[in-house]
Design a protein. Structure first.
Length: 110
């Protein structure tokens, strides 16, 4: 659709109208069949990380979306991205590697 709208010279108008519909859908706070509002995915696909972050925070973004968002936001929002990674690790009962002993020493696995 993006390519067709660009070719027709109406990409911005189509994008604006699409975002209105996606925001309304996200506002219903119903979990979609694949998890999370499509709005977050659309904004990430557009490369609009700040808008995607706001949408994820205001809606019930799925962990998959938070992970994709953190990956895209690392360079511009490193502390926020780290917070997402740590929350997801904790949620799955995992802990980040911590230095034990000398430099570069890691705790044994398992």
């Amino acid at each position: 659709m993006r390519t067709a709208a660009q070719a027709a010279g109406c990409r911005q108008a189509e994008r604006a109208q699409t975002l209105v519909l996606l925001r309304a859908d996200a506002g219903q706070r119903q979990q979609s069949w694949y998890g999370g509002p499509v709005l977050v995915d659309a904004l990430l696909d557009d490369g609009d990380v700040d808008a995607a972050w706001r949408a994820a925070a205001q809606t019930r973004a799925h962990d998959r979306q938070w992970l994709a968002l953190a990956d895209q936001a690392r360079a511009i929002r490193p502390a926020d991205a780290l917070g997402v990674y740590l929350r997801l690790l904790d949620q799955h009962g995992l802990r980040p590697c911590q230095k034990v002993g000398g430099a570069g020493t890691r705790p044994p696995l398992g």
